[in-house]
Design a protein around this ligand. Structure first.
Ligand SMILES: Cc1cc2nc3c(=O)[nH]c(=O)nc-3n(C[C@H](O)[C@H](O)[C@H](O)COP(=O)(O)OP(=O)(O)OC[C@H]3O[C@@H](n4cnc5c(N)ncnc54)[C@H](O)[C@@H]3O)c2cc1C
Length: 383
């Protein structure tokens, strides 16, 4: 059955096929991946074989030429399995689109086919130990030297940092530019480039199977041919593409909320206290009625936002609203649902425990929710 108004029979079939694939290839292995703190590359390759990696890529480069509505389905179905699969959405809908939108033909021919098979796994490296929210203040430099850029600096918290082998690195090509954001450019750095090393895999509160790592650049010589778009335009490219990134994060949080509601509803119907199901207590009923209302509001808002985004409309303010509200709401829902599970909610055997650990980061990454509120306020003519 179609979930959104924009879904056609093809979307429904696509979702069913993906769901079946994940039931066989992901769900039975997910606990092990969480324990190992890594998703095997073989899984990425299987996704590629099935056409679930970057299906939006233009047919001219061997892609399926599908639009972001299919990315929505992939994002939702991955999140239904667990937040550890976030890296797939990051690759498909966040990093590869930079190559598609701003890369030249040679770059597209070089990288896109392997992005679809899983031979290339991408990441985006903006954040540094000294700066996250204040992106214009990054310190990593890339100074032109003949046909190369010499990159020096450090990045941290990089999703797909272990499995990834091609990174979109945000660098300062003009460290003295004023205003600072005019000095920012985007460089693709391939694994194996001399002077580029990966640091340790970071130990996170949640999303354990999602690999997050540090990246180091020391006198790293990157071919100038790896520059994405025009030098000095990196910040404006980021501002454009961050909208879809935030939509992807809101979508995942919404899916997590729906999952938490469903599992808690099941639980309160079967768990008994004082001789009756805990779902018969008015407090439980009111809580679940509130959660169901929030879930419905989130879904309705997201649906209209996805439609606007697909239509190419400016969604900056609304995307910031959705990212902030849906992720904060999911965090509240995770605490309420854990409470309704009683002591079992705190046990790893119950999926709510994992959801509770996994969700808070959605309020932090892709621009913190405080930054989202700053954008909303600015677009209201404040500040
Ligand atoms: C699991 C995980 C995965 C990540 N993946 C990636 C990735 O793939 N690539 C990447 O580049 N980054 C990634 N990040 C980094 C993430 O985007 C940053 O952590 C985030 O942008 C916040 O930056 P920061 O950590 O430096 O916090 P800070 O910028 O130091 O912020 C700290 C606090 O101050 C608040 N704050 C900052 N400025 C203001 C202001 N002007 N007004 C009010 N409050 C403010 C923030 O909202 C926050 O609450 C990831 C982070 C995590 C945890």
């Amino acid at each position: 059955m179609a979930r959104y108004r924009f879904e056609t029979d093809e979307h429904v079939l696509f979702r069913e096929t993906l769901r079946k694939f994940l039931a066989k290839e992901a769900i039975p292995h997910y606990d092990e991946w969480e324990k190992n703190k890594l998703i095997p590359i073989s899984f990425w390759k299987k996704l590629g074989e099935m056409g679930f990696l970057c299906p939006q890529v233009d047919e001219a480069y061997g892609g399926l030429g599908l639009d972001f509505s299919y990315g929505v389905i992939i994002g939702e179905e991955m999140e239904r399995v667990g937040a550890g699969l976030t890296g797939v959405g990051l690759h498909n809908d966040i990093v590869v689109p930079y190559i598609e939108s701003f890369g030249n033909v040679e770059q597209k021919k070089r990288w896109l086919p392997d992005c679809m098979t899983g031979d290339i796994i991408t990441g985006v490296a903006m954040t540094e130990p000294g700066t996250g929210s204040d992106l214009a203040n990054i310190k990593t430099t890339a100074i032109k030297d003949g046909d190369y850029y010499v990159v020096n600096g450090q990045k941290t918290f990089i999703t797909n940092g272990v499995n990834g082998n091609l990174f979109l690195v945000v660098v300062k090509t003009d460290p003295n530019a004023e205003p600072k954001h005019r000095g920012i450019s985007l460089l693709m750095v391939e694994e194996g480039t001399l002077g580029f090393t990966k640091g340790r895999q970071l130990n996170k509160v949640g999303m354990h199977s999602q690999d997050t790592a540090e990246l180091y650049f020391e006198e790293c010589r990157v071919p100038a041919a790896n520059l994405i778009g025009v030098e000095g335009k990196g910040f404006s490219y980021l501002m454009e593409k961050l909208q879809q990134e935030r939509l992807v994060v809101a979508l995942a949080a919404q899916t997590a909320s729906e999952d938490m509601l469903a599992m808690t509803l099941d639980y309160v119907k079967s768990r008994e206290a004082f001789g009756k199901p805990i779902g018969s207590f008015q407090h439980t009923q009111f809580k679940l009625a509130e959660i169901a209302t929030k879930v419905e509001l989130g879904k309705t808002f997201l649906e209209s936002l996805i439609e606007d985004h697909l239509a190419g409309e400016d969604v900056v303010t609304k995307v910031s609203m959705a990212k902030y509200w849906i992720t904060d709401t999911a965090r509240e829902i995770s605490a309420d649902c854990m409470q309704l599970h009683g002591g079992y909610g705190y046990m790893e055997e119950y999926k709510i425990a994992r959801r509770y650990r996994d969700i808070p980061v959605a309020s932090i990454y892709a621009g913190t929710n405080e930054i989202m509120k700053m954008i909303i306020a600015k677009n209201m003519g404040l500040g």
